[in-house]
Design a binder for this molecule. Structure first.
Ligand code: ADP
Ligand code: ADP
Length: 225
């Protein structure tokens, strides 16, 4: 069975249909990109899967559970946005630990977890710094560590590399893919960058005007007819 299943999902803003009967299946451990021009509904679909906005109609299953009506705090995902969305007044360590405090974990275990995550993202020495003392790429790595801290089953990435300069972007593409493979975590990344989707995705979901136009591996999506 697929890990994530979206069934005839609709999303309206007033009379405007941003998602029109979207159906989609994603397997466990897959890295899937939602690709398409600005305004085609990529972020709306990602936010629906996260439960951040009420959907109009349809169902979403994750790990066999119907999650369409679960509040976001009961859902099993981590999310990274385009702009880092770190808490500016918390240290890096406290940013990463943020989601762990509600998990009834001892201070000691939280500290250990934070150290492990900082090692994993290659920033072992920044625990006591504040976000503003870090570069954009470093901040995005911290956002990634924060999203992974609770060991979610699903990682959602909304244009996580768009705000970074080209060199850092290329680096992070590799790092994110390596980390995703290492953890085996099912991942969805929204992007409008064809090359980014091509270089990162196991499968690409091509969207346009609120519908899915095509789904396939990078080879399938870009093979000439
Ligand atoms: P994106 O980077 O996905 O193109 P947008 O700039 O379209 O994002 O949207 C940024 C924010 O504005 C989002 O929270 C989105 O929900 C909201 N938004 C986008 N379009 C409209 C609209 N027509 N009316 C109201 N809010 C909108
Ligand atoms: P994408 O992520 O592909 O750029 P979005 O999912 O942000 O596209 O938006 C899809 C469509 O829905 C766009 O036409 C956008 O203007 C519209 N939209 C997004 N958020 C809102 C909102 N809060 N209110 C009204 N319209 C919105």
């Amino acid at each position: 069975a697929p890990y994530l299943q979206v069934n005839k999902l609709w999303k309206h803003y007033g009379n405007f249909a941003a998602l029109k009967e979207i159906s989609l299946e994603i397997n466990e451990g897959e890295f899937v990109c939602f690709l398409g021009p600005s305004g085609c509904g990529k972020t709306t679909l990602l936010r629906a899967i996260a439960g951040l906005d009420p959907q109009s109609r349809g169902e979403i299953f994750q790990g066999g559970n119907n999650i369409s009506r679960l509040p976001p705090e009961q859902r099993d995902f981590g999310i990274v946005f385009q702009s880092y969305a770190l808490f500016p007044n918390l240290t890096v360590a406290d940013n990463i630990a943020y989601g762990l405090h509600s998990q009834n974990m001892s201070r000691q275990r939280i500290d250990m977890k934070v150290r492990d995550l900082l090692d994993t993202i290659g920033l072992p020495d920044v625990a006591k710094k504040y976000p503003s003392q870090l570069s954009g790429g470093q901040q995005q790595r911290i956002a990634l560590a924060r999203a992974l801290a609770t060991e979610p089953g699903l990682l959602l990435l909304d244009e996580p590399l768009s705000a970074l300069d080209a060199r850092v972007r290329l680096h992070l593409r590799q790092e994110i893919r390596n980390l995703q493979r290492q953890l085996g975590i099912t991942t969805i990344m929204v992007t409008h960058d064809q090359e980014e989707a091509l270089s990162m995705a196991d499968r690409i979901v091509v969207m346009n005007h609120g519908v899915i136009e095509q789904v396939g591996t990078p080879e399938e999506v870009y093979r000439r007819p």
